[in-house]
Design a protein around this ligand. Structure first.
Ligand code: IDP
Ligand code: MG
Length: 172
C-alpha cells in the first residue's frame, strides 16, 4: 500500500516537472504509439511508421516488448468497468509489441487525426485504422490522447535512458 502511494506520488512529481519543462519550451511535445499485436502480425509496422516519418516527427525512443497484464491494467484503467476490459488486456499481452515515443509540434493531435476513429470500421479511409484496422479491438495502434496522458504513458513505458529527445531551446 505504502509502496503504491509512493509510486503514485513520484509519478505525480515527474508529471508536474515535465509539464513545467514543456511550458518553458525545453521539450517538444511527445506522444506514445503502441503497434498492437494485429499490426505486428499483419506486417504493418513499416507502413505505419513511414507515415509518421513523412510527417517529420522525431523518434525519441523505440523498442519491442512483451507488455505485462499489470502494466496493461494500469494503461487501460479508464476502461476497467467495461465488459471488454479483459479482452483488451488479453489481446495486448498476446504477443510482443513495438512501442515508441514520437516528438513534434502538436504531435498528439496530429497523430490522433492520422489514427482515425477507435472503431476501424468507422474510421475514414486514409487514416491508419481506416486503411489497416479490422474493428474496435483490432485497430492497429494506440496513440496518446492528451498532454497529461502522454506524459504518464512515457513514464509508464520508458526508462529515461531509453529516450533520446530533441531538446529545443527557444534562445537558439
Ligand atoms: P482509443 O484507442 O481510440 O483512444 P479508447 O476509448 O481509449 O480508444 O480505448 C482503448 C482501446 O480499447 C481501443 O483502442 C480499443 O482497442 C479498445 N476498445 C475500446 N472500446 C472498445 C469496445 O467497445 N470493444 C472492444 N474494444 C474496445
Ligand atoms: Mg485512448
Amino acid at each position: 500500500m505504502m509502496k503504491r502511494l509512493l509510486h503514485i506520488f513520484s509519478l505525480g512529481l515527474a508529471l508536474i516537472s515535465s509539464c513545467l519543462a514543456e511550458q518553458k519550451g525545453e521539450f517538444m511535445e511527445q506522444t506514445v504509439i503502441i503497434f498492437k499485436p494485429d499490426a505486428m502480425q499483419q506486417g504493418r509496422v513499416g507502413a505505419i511508421l513511414q507515415r509518421f516519418e513523412e510527417m517529420h516527427f522525431h523518434i525519441s525512443g523505440i523498442k519491442m516488448v512483451q507488455l505485462s497484464e499489470a502494466i496493461l491494467r494500469e494503461h487501460y484503467a479508464h476502461l476497467a468497468d467495461k465488459p471488454f476490459f479483459g479482452d483488451i488486456v488479453e489481446f495486448m499481452s498476446s504477443a510482443p509489441v513495438v512501442i515508441m515515443v514520437l516528438e513534434g509540434e502538436n504531435v498528439i493531435e496530429e497523430v490522433r487525426e492520422m489514427t482515425g476513429e477507435t472503431d476501424s470500421r468507422l474510421a475514414e479511409k486514409g487514416t491508419i485504422r481506416g486503411d489497416f484496422g479490422k474493428d474496435k479491438g483490432q485497430n492497429m495502434i494506440h496513440a496518446s490522447d492528451s498532454v497529461v496522458g502522454a506524459r504518464a504513458e512515457v513514464l509508464r513505458f520508458f526508462e529515461p535512458a531509453e529516450l533520446f529527445p530533441l531538446r529545443h531551446n527557444l534562445a537558439d
